[in-house]
Design a protein. Sequence first.
Lengths: 110, 464
Amino acid sequence: LILIPGRSSKQGTSLTKGKLESEYLEVTSTLEMNPDDMARLGLRDGDRVRLSNASGEAIVVCKGQKPDALPAGFMFIAYGPPSSQLMDADTASTGMPISKQIPVTIEKVQ
Amino acid sequence: VKTKDAVMSASETEHTKIVEHATCTFCGCVCDDMDLTVDLRAKRITKARNACVLGRAWFAEHTVEDRPVAMIDGTPCGLDQAIEEAARILTGARFPVIYGLSDTTCEAQRVAVALGDLINGNVDTTTSVCHGPSGIAFQGVGESTATLGEIKNRADLVIYWGGNPAESHPRHFTRYAVTPKGMYIPNGRKDRTVVLVDIRATPSSNAADILIRVKPGRDFELLWALRALVKGRRLAPDIETRTGVDLATLEDLVDRMKRCRYGVLFFGMGLTMTRGRHFNSGAVLALATDLNEFTHFVAKPVRGHGNVTGADNVVSWQTGYPFGVNFSRGFPRFNPGEFTTVDLLARGDADAALFLATDPAANFPKRAIEHMRSIPVITLDPKETATSRLARVAFATATYGINTAGTVYRMDDVPITLRPVLDSPYPDDETILRRIKDRVTELRARRPAAGAPPPSRMFDSRLR
């Protein structure tokens, strides 16, 4: 699947409170998914999943989005420490690592 | 009838202060119409009239916290001791990096650049992981630009591409580009057509008349197809398969773009952080330029942090380049990929780092963060962060705009003067940086490092 990290209102308000506070850590550890993908993978709201790729891995909690909000195969997460773990440091000589549309493998954590 | 001012002053008491026309520096909108109510006893802002959800949190959460003014290796220490240690680290380093700058005043940014020059170091800003690719595109393609005031007063076609301002810049719609009435837009929202191009539906979609869902990773192809149509070329019939958008939708959009009186393309991280990067931004800029054969069209990046635009301006007028600047040879050199911070850290080049008002340990790629842990790090931040936790020297600072006066640039390069409302027990970034720079100057005069690069000729008369 493809992961799209981005900003959200909650991420913005919680980072002002403090980036070491539980609210920010929770917001940046919530993975929004297409409900069809969740059904296909046998996932329910609140399940913990491991996202991994060659760069690293992160354990986050998944949550279903409205059916049309995300294309099938795409997931959204607010920027934060978990999404950093999955970013490749290669910038193709631009200074900018690919920070959206990151390929990841997803598996349920029991 | 009571005037607004009369009501305001009537509500002021011995323990309450009202500050009008204060500025929010949370995001690049830099809204300067905040009316803040300050509880002087609790030393906090209790109300922020006109603020959006992000602004309200910004003002409510920046209180005077009970933190030590500085820490060395996690142990509280005095300011002098921390300045001494920071100066020692930077003087002894062979490849020090100064990074961040986008959440502080232009006055502090100016000292940060001078310090980078003095230590023959590297100066880079959060632009490199934001609209850095757009900065590269500006150099290659050029920019058809405008202020947000001009857009508010004139734009009848507003296109957002690869962004979600409803969540990231909530007042972009209501204060600048979508709903406000303007000189030539007497009916506000009714006189504008709003188009949103994105790969997903977001809260911003509700604001759009036309929503175009591009296939992920195909923004460049879609922009180039629009350019071809603008120039009257015919497109291959498989354009929908390639971009996810059918030909009729594209032709309708091109028709609207050519017929509008004043069009604007706002573009976001959906273009710069994905495959194509500066080519995507360059395609937006080129499309806007093409459209000026038919009507007036501009393109603006939607900028994130409160003074990231100031960082671009200050670093540009001081060094000639907007970000990713290296002083190791005694004069500024610019090379994204070589002198940008993610690369310097991930490659292991940097042997010390000063992070000014930024938290790269929370948002850089893992490999860059790992290197950060192996070198001495200095942080200046109003809050404790993942980066301040791993720092050798961590300074607690006053918050710009709330505690500190100075200048910031709105995302359309308009400078705005800050109006602070509360005193802070902590020094501001500029004061700390000046003291570090002064101490580094003394240490370098006393013990010039063997084999050190030649001193810079950049700022001899002005800033040393």
